[in-house]
Design a protein around this ligand. Structure first.
Ligand SMILES: Cc1cc2nc3c(=O)[nH]c(=O)nc-3n(C[C@H](O)[C@H](O)[C@H](O)COP(=O)(O)OP(=O)(O)OC[C@H]3O[C@@H](n4cnc5c(N)ncnc54)[C@H](O)[C@@H]3O)c2cc1C
Length: 463
């Protein structure tokens, strides 16, 4: 019998345990993690140069520190970025907790440098051009850990947790939660290597399974009547341009967070996860869905900058399954790309033609995702989403001249599944007693810092 059972060792889960230890809690904590310890997480693509579709899971998103370990490790230090948690706990308090959580990252070795707070005249000029283009520039200081440094920091946290008595069951997947009337008593977990199942009982159970677990958790919500509402799903593309095009923005902001509501639909469209000198990457979901992402290293730099352009989609009646909607678009795109990521030049989209491999070869921009397949993303992208993206790129071109260039690369599918917002009070209690939900799978966060903050707050409550 444990005091606290945490399902998922992503930032939200590990910061829950960490904060409990920092508060000198002597409660018995166990973490269930489907993937491996951080030192055993290896993506074979660095050697094979192509995605090997690892089974039983993808090492990029699964294992200690979750999707964070292999992420770019950009900590967004503003409450305006990273999800809707401030709506639940209040903006000022959220900012206070971001500052506190940032200090923990610093204790574990994060770089002291903060990007995006100097060169105010240059930022003013970027903002002016954004306003002229009908876009909003969001101020967000960034602490850039970098993919390799992020792994070192999370490794130190893993050692700290283990040395202070937190039990971590790696290669164990949660199959279901155990309910007794309206109270959660623990969970059924399966060893993914041996197939053996066991029941773990706990006074408090926290489900924090990230974007990859969002669909599974949505099913759990339906099965056990856990209060939730369909949230937003983001569908878009990963854009890649030469560093020369982006350097005016990269040099002063590192990441330009731009938001617009382009005509004719006026849906929210935004930039996300910008990686100067970065690499476009592929991640595979358990059901083989291949989606595109991007990251950057602290030392190893490419000649390109990549960033996501995302359109938010909401549904209500008669259809309310945003994750399924996005998945269908992903599957269609994967089908057209023979299960690889599709890439198309922006100019070809405007000309109404597919992109050919030989056209990519003679471009100034060399794709940093070498096994992406040249093709036609417009054959799978809904009209509304495609038009939103095209018009948004035209607007960004006013801020970053050359962004809407013929050779600009658009990779697809770029999907963010943080749908299904769990209904909770400010202590993250669901309508099921002793069951809590954190991080990206709760629908309240969508980034490392905000997920970590949610974990810190949970840890304080449970200490
Ligand atoms: C390539 C990439 C780059 C990114 N770059 C950034 C960035 O620069 N800045 C930023 O702020 N955010 C970034 N993100 C997003 C960020 O990583 C996530 O928002 C964050 O990790 C969410 O934390 P979490 O704890 O909610 O979930 P996750 O980090 O996804 O962790 C969930 C954990 O739960 C485990 N799990 C899932 N299902 C089960 C189950 N049934 N049983 C047991 N365990 C389970 C998973 O294996 C995983 O380890 C990036 C994501 C990716 C994939």
């Amino acid at each position: 019998m444990y005091d606290v059972l945490i399902v998922g060792a992503g930032p939200a889960g590990i910061f829950t345990a960490l904060e409990m230890l920092r508060n000198k809690s002597e409660k018995k904590i166990v973490i269930i993690e489907k993937g491996m310890a951080i030192e055993n997480r290896h993506c074979p693509k660095t050697k094979t140069k192509k995605c090997m579709n690892c089974k039983p899971y993808c090492h990029i998103t699964t294992g200690f520190s979750g999707a964070g370990a292999f992420s770019d490790g950009k900590l967004s230090l503003s409450y305006e970025v990273g999800g809707e948690l401030p709506e639940l706990i209040g903006a000022d308090f959220a900012q206070q907790m971001i500052n506190y959580t940032d200090s923990i990252y610093l204790e574990f070795g994060a770089d002291t440098k903060i990007e995006g707070i100097s060169e105010t005249d240059k930022i003013k000029d970027i903002r002016k051009r954004a306003i002229q283009a009908g876009l909003k520039l969001v101020d967000c200081p960034i602490r850039h850990l970098g993919t390799e440094k992020a792994q070192e920091i999370y490794h130190r946290i893993q050692i700290y947790l283990l040395e202070h008595g937190v039990e971590i069951l790696f290669s164990h997947s949660c199959e279901n939660i155990i309910l007794d009337e309206n109270m959660c008593k623990g969970a059924v977990v399966k060893n993914v290597l041996t197939g053996e199942s066991q029941t773990i009982y706990a006074n408090n159970t926290i489900v924090t399974v990230g974007r990859r677990g969002a669909l599974w958790f949505e099913k759990l919500c339906l099965e056990h009547s856990i209060g939730h509402q369909p949230g937003t799903v983001d569908i878009g593309v990963r854009v890649e341009v030469r560093n020369e095009i982006m350097e005016a923005v990269n040099d002063v902001l590192y990441e330009s967070k731009l938001i617009g509501y382009p005509n004719p639909f006026r849906n929210k469209v935004r930039t996300f996860c910008q990686n100067p000198g970065g690499f476009v990457s592929q991640e595979n979901y358990d059901d083989d869905l291949a989606v595109v992402n991007g990251h950057s290293y602290k030392e190893l730099k490419s000649e390109n900058t990549n960033l996501a352009i995302l359109c938010s989609h909401n549904f209500n009646e008669p259809f309310n399954q945003p994750i399924e909607y996005a998945k269908k678009i992903g599957e269609l795109t994967n089908m057209l790309g023979a299960n690889k990521i599709l890439v198309q030049r922006y100019g070809d989209i405007l000309d109404g033609k597919r992109t050919w491999q030989k056209e990519l070869t003679r471009s100034n921009i060399k794709p940093t995702l070498p096994d992406a397949v040249a093709g036609d993303i417009t054959s799978a992208m809904p009209y509304r989403t495609m038009l939103n993206i095209i018009n948004f790129i035209q607007a960004v071109d006013h801020v970053v001249p050359g962004f809407a260039g013929t050779e600009t690369l658009l990779y697809s599918p770029e999907l963010k599944f943080y749908s299904n917002r769990v209904k909770m009070d400010t202590n993250f209690n669901t309508n099921i007693k002793n069951l809590h939900s954190l991080g990206d799978s709760s629908g309240w966060t969508r980034g490392l810092m905000m997920a970590s903050v949610m974990g810190v707050l949970m840890g304080k409550t449970l200490s």
